[in-house]
Design a binder for this molecule. Structure first.
Ligand code: AMP
Length: 273
């Protein structure tokens, strides 16, 4: 596995490759969720590039940028074992300049759900993803459905900017008890870990109600809120796959999303129906 930190060196290295390139951008502290993205990319491409970059511009003041989990050596081993060909490990100065061109998230879809409590978060996400995609120029790039709004906005960006990369959505990997894997789960103490299970339980409840033909968004959201109590709920939302609110669940075109705070940790999860 080649490890490269300089974007120009990586661009030059990949420039004359004839192989299809699968790209997985991450912020490190790799877990089975990330590995499932790499695995899917491995199946569909000849050359695999993973990036590890804790992108400062997507963290707001007072968020966990300084304590975001970092496991560089373990991450390198995981990438090697997952047959990654190139690990891109840039420093902040390699990616950002003092006087930056701005890329802004859409004013509506970038400022709802997670964007309500984290204004400008998606400006930072889209900016770094645009930069990374331009550096790697992959055939396909892989993103987790767990970060559904991020996936939706990146797909929009690629479409609206007429970019040629294919964005591939990958299912959420969970612990055996249902908790979605996240690098931030390490922040949870034992009691919080137990409380966090209410997230997947509430989604399971939504799924059960829908399978019983209870399709009213209001009714499902009310039951989910009850199930999540007393956690601090940022949102419980039912949208179609274009991220527009819907009064009734539309089978095969619905995403049920939750964000809560458990202690000081924000956790997201969702199911696609
Ligand atoms: P992160 O390192 O948290 O920025 O995540 C990098 C990529 O992995 C993103 O596309 C995430 O959506 C995806 N990801 C994170 N957690 C999971 C999970 N539990 N299952 C599947 N994909 C995930």
């Amino acid at each position: 596995m080649k490890i490269i930190s300089n974007p120009i060196e990586l661009k030059n290295y990949l420039k004359n490759k004839k192989e299809t390139i699968g790209f997985i951008p991450t912020m490190g502290a790799l877990h089975e969720g990330h590995i499932s993205l790499i695995r899917k990319a491995r199946e569909e491409n000849e050359l695999i590039v993973v990036s590890i970059f804790v992108n400062p511009t997507q963290f707001l003041k007072g968020e966990d940028l300084d304590r975001y989990p970092s496991k560089d050596e373990a991450d390198k081993k995981i990438c090697e074992m997952s047959e990654v060909d190139v690990l891109f490990f840039p420093h902040k100065k390699d990616i950002y300049c003092d006087d930056e061109v701005s890329l802004l998230a859409p004013k509506v879809r970038g400022y709802v759900l997670e964007g309500t409590s984290r204004p400008a978060h998606f400006d930072g996400v889209l900016t770094v993803v645009m930069k990374l995609l331009n550096i790697v120029n992959p055939t396909k790039a892989y993103f987790g459905k767990k970060d559904a709004q991020q996936l939706n906005l990146i797909s929009l960006m690629v479409k609206q900017m007429f970019m040629s990369v294919a964005i591939i959505a990958v299912d959420t990997v969970r612990e055996s008890d249902g908790l979605a894997l996240s690098s931030r789960n390490v922040y949870l103490d034992a009691d919080e870990r137990k409380e966090a299970l209410k997230i997947s339980t509430s989604l399971h409840l939504a799924h059960k109600m829908i399978s019983q033909n209870i399709l009213s968004s209001t009714e499902i959201k009310k039951a989910m809120r009850k199930c999540l109590s007393p956690l601090e709920i940022a949102y419980v939302e039912i949208l179609n796959r274009d991220f527009e609110p819907i009064d009734e669940v539309i089978i095969k075109n619905t995403v049920v999303l939750v964000e809560v705070k458990v202690g000081t940790t924000r956790l997201l999860d969702n199911i696609w129906l």
